[in-house]
Design a protein around this ligand. Structure first.
Ligand code: PEP
Ligand code: MG
Length: 603
């Protein structure tokens, strides 16, 4: 976990924590260690004649919390767009809601409880009530109640905010045991320059959001939250998966130079945005973006992307604390189309809630094995009103642009047929009501379970396109939890078993003449992308930040070389051999695509 180096004959210990570099970039900043979990509040009463003063304390805390939330909301809107920022409006609404705050006041007035205790008791009762409602729209609010409780307690106790989104000091590096995807989405990008957590894996959704934000991040550091103290200087190296605690001047100097070089490289990559992603022998590769929020479309186009290959619409649910309405969906899709224009494609994936995209702590009875549980298309098919609401919104939007519908985690043909039948029902209803939609909207599916990959031929007859999700495919083929840092070393998309499945799915798609793209994180890694192109893949979808480097790679490649690489790579026995071979080939074939950095150095 910690390293040392020899300097000038003496040994200087540099405290270095290793984790998994999940979002590229390096930063130097000040540690901000966040407490997590529930606060302990002592049971305290007040004298009857202190009631008015205690109520005034409570009012002051509420006022302070509202002011803080308004600031956080303003920043989040600028950073992530209106959709992601809504969570904070909901929090303000709760503080102004009499049914939330009246019980607190009552406990102070009637029972003479100290404000902290009254808040703790009332919010606990509220959380229990929400949990018991059985409806996910309510049970998912429990985390928000906890957030609000902590914010009010911070106000009463005059403490530093505990919520990451409330961090405003410039150059903060957030250190925590864990961050949820929505907490990450709410981080203030003006202040926070990176984060490191004890838990997490490279394809967890927190990591995906970090990449979407372009925020350097290292996860799976095991115990960093207990090794670092707020105020310490840190170097966060998302490229190498390192956190250096309290670095010496030489190390700081080294990193200042690295950060400057990275900035120059980014600039030169940016200049490629207007160029086409065409190989040296003239083959065009579509480069699409993965997004979680509509406003990310700007980043995709700015990076030179051709459209959106994966819109993870579940983030509408993850960042809002009220169930999104049909109009909420519709507005989000229209916003994407407005940014994309009439021709660029927008692949909308229906909600993929569940597993790590649906915090189990939020539900009354957590699933024992959520990755194998009620998630994705299974969840949608059991929540038909929710599913239909989304399909209606997508269809309404389809009248205004180039939309494609994609179902996540399809495992059986029965599921696919059921989902398509629901889609047909919704279309019929809309046609009866003379509502406009694209009746020929392409319908596709994610191939991310072993079952759908093995039976790709059968699925290919019933869809217009495939998109291979290497994140889940790797998780399920190798039986390795993608979010678990303890088995992160076993999570290897380069495993030959996965390569063979991808090759077979690619062949099925070609045989049936349907489109195929890859939208898992592996598609964004240059040497892996080279392999995929060699297997015949012509559409890659990745986080915006990965697009410029992919474009540079493609422009330096020849298809025949990629095909040779693919044939050879698939013949190895282990992921380690495949990776070593890919690194070697990439270094020889396209050294310019890696800007002097070691191939494979960035995750
Ligand atoms: C995947 O599984 O590869 C994928 C793209 O979907 P997600 O990461 O949202 O599960
Ligand atoms: Mg997936």
């Amino acid at each position: 976990m910690s390293g040392s180096r020899i300097e000038g004959g003496g040994q200087i210990t540099v405290r270095t924590v290793r984790g998994i570099g999940v979002s590229e970039g390096m930063s130097i900043g000040t540690a901000h260690v966040l407490r997590s979990g529930r606060r302990r509040v002592a049971r305290r009463e007040i004298k009857a004649d202190q009631t008015a003063a205690e109520l005034a304390r409570l009012d002051g805390a509420v006022e302070g919390a509202v002011a803080e939330l308004m600031q956080v909301h303003g920043r989040a809107t600028a950073e992530m767009g209106e959709e992601a920022a809504k969570i904070f409006l909901f929090h303000i609404g709760m503080l102004k809601d009499n049914s939330v705050m009246a019980p607190v006041r009552e406990r102070i007035e009637r029972d003479h409880e100290r404000a902290e205790w009254a808040i703790e008791r009332s919010f606990e009762a509220l959380a229990t009530r929400f949990r018991k409602m059985g409806d996910t729209a309510f049970s998912t609010k429990v985390n928000d109640i906890r957030d609000l409780e902590n914010r009010l307690l911070d106000q009463l106790e005059g403490e530093e905010p505990t919520e990451p989104a409330a961090l405003t000091q410039p150059d903060s590096i957030v250190i925590s045991d864990e961050l949820t995807p929505s907490q990450t989405a709410g981080l203030d990008r003006q202040a926070v320059v990176g984060f490191a957590t004890d838990f997490g894996g490279g394809t967890s959704h927190t990591s995906i959001v970090a990449r979407a934000l372009g925020l350097p991040a290292v996860v799976g550091c095991r115990s960093i939250s207990t090794q670092v103290e707020t105020g310490e200087t840190l170097i966060l190296d998302g490229d190498r998966g390192l956190v250096i605690i309290d670095p010496d001047e030489d190390t700081l100097e080294l990193y200042r130079a690295r950060i400057e070089t990275a900035r120059t490289v980014r600039q030169s990559l940016q200049e490629l945005a207007a160029e086409d992603a065409v190989t040296l022998d003239g083959e065009r590769i579509a480069l699409l973006g993965n997004i979680e929020f509509p406003d990310e479309v700007e980043g995709v186009l700015g990076a030179g992307g051709d459209g959106v290959g994966l819109y993870r619409t579940e983030f509408l649910y993850l960042t809002s604390t009220v169930e999104p309405t049909e109009d909420d969906h519709y507005k989000a899709y229209r916003r994407c189309l407005d940014l994309l224009g009439p021709d660029r494609e927008l692949v909308i994936r229906t909600v993929d809630l569940g597993a790590d995209k649906y915090t189990q702590a939020r539900v009354e009875i957590p699933e024992r094995n959520p990755a194998l549980g009620n998630r994705s298309i299974r969840y949608c098919l059991r929540s038909l009103p929710m599913f239909k609401r989304q399909l209606r919104a997508i269809l309404r939007a389809s009248a205004h642009g180039n939309i494609k519908i994609m179902f996540p985690l399809v495992t059986t043909l029965g599921e696919l047929r059921h989902a398509r039948m629901i889609l047909r029902d919704v279309m019929e209803e809309m046609a009866e009501n003379s509502e406009a939609f694209d009746a020929a909207v392409p319908v596709g599916m994610m191939v991310e379970t072993p079952a759908s990959a093995v039976s790709a031929d059968a699925f290919a007859k019933e869809v217009d396109f495939f998109s291979i999700g290497t994140n889940d495919l790797t998780q399920y083929v190798l039986a390795v939890d993608r979010t678990n840092e303890r088995v992160a070393d076993l999570y290897e998309p380069a495993n030959p078993a996965i390569l063979k499945l991808i090759r077979d799915v690619t062949r099925s798609a070609r045989r049936r003449e349907i489109d195929l793209s890859i939208c898992g994180e592996a598609a964004g890694q240059p040497e892996y992308a080279m392999l995929l192109i060699g297997m015949g893949v012509r559409r890659l979808s990745a986080t915006a930040g990965r697009i410029p480097r992919l474009k540079r790679l493609i422009r330096a490649l020849r298809i025949a070389d990629c095909e040779r690489v693919a044939r050879k790579a698939i013949s190895f026995d282990s992921a380690a051999d495949v990776s070593a071979y890919l690194r070697d080939r990439a270094r020889k074939l396209v050294p310019e695509a890696f800007d002097g950095r070691a191939v494979g150095e960035s995750s």
